[in-house]
Design a protein around this ligand. Sequence first.
Ligand code: OFO
Length: 167
Amino acid sequence: MLSDKIYSEFNKQINEEIFSAYLYLAMAAYFHSANLSGFAKWMEVQAMEELTHAKKFFDYIIERGARVALATIEKPKGEWKSALDAFESAYAHEQHITGRINHLMDIAIAEKDYASVAMLQWFVTEQVEEEAHASSIVEKLKMVSGTNGIFYLDKELGKRAFTQEND
Ligand code: OFO
């Protein structure tokens, strides 16, 4: 049985993960409007991954015998100044999510809820990857100058594909 605090925070995390998907879809829409379909594809795959993260929390709450309570998803921002601006926002968002996962872990440890600690460990590892991906694209965008570099990166990022394994 989940404690009230863990139940409430894990439900909130479903919302955070679905908001992440929504935010990355907003970024995909922005990139499509700028004719950068590779960046858009990367963001669409990222959005799919976020939905799998939400589903992990959804399934876990049910497995622990509780009923999931869904809440309103906030409207995401829709405009960015450039590809760099969008990826810097994505990186900042992933740092926020890492903070959330660490917060959940702190609660699970304090409450000696070792099943939740074990479940959250996957997310701790995942966040290292999530931050590394976003940060490396930010650094590449800072390195490229001019349209040719952006088109090259657009082509590269467009190769990303969604698989259940890389969620
Ligand atoms: Fe981007 O890792 Fe979930 O939110």
